[in-house]
Ligand binder design. Sequence first.
Ligand code: 5GP
Length: 129
Amino acid sequence: MASIFTKIINGEIPCYKIAENEDFFAFLDINPNAKGHTLCIPKKEVDKITDLDEDTYSGLMSFARKVAKALEASVPCKRIGMTVIGLEVPHVHVHLIPLNEMKDATFQHKVSLKQSEFEAIAESVRAKM
Ligand code: 5GP
């Protein structure tokens, strides 16, 4: 069965899209640690990042860095944290999290955003890509 992220790539589930190319896709996390929390994924559906082939792994990190720079230019923060967890969704994803305090990196503290706020962030990051 297709992962929830494959359904997002295919447009079967809506998302706040940030960027896409032939192999990778970036969109806002629906339950963000901080405003601007973004997920970068390969279109190829693989569970663990350590199981990606070398080209997809390096391509994903390069894509994530580009998105992180646009995010950092759009959202006030000290830096963008990059982390890989994968306990919830078995489709590789790199979390890009605008960090101001350590708690933003913990996944224990969540922020609630209105649809209009998600849309505004996504538009602002897209404009910086
Ligand atoms: P992990 O697998 O790294 O533990 O966490 C998965 C992440 O995906 C979580 O931060 C969660 O909020 C996010 N997520 C899960 N389902 C959806 C979804 O349908 N849409 C979006 N945009 N994010 C999701």
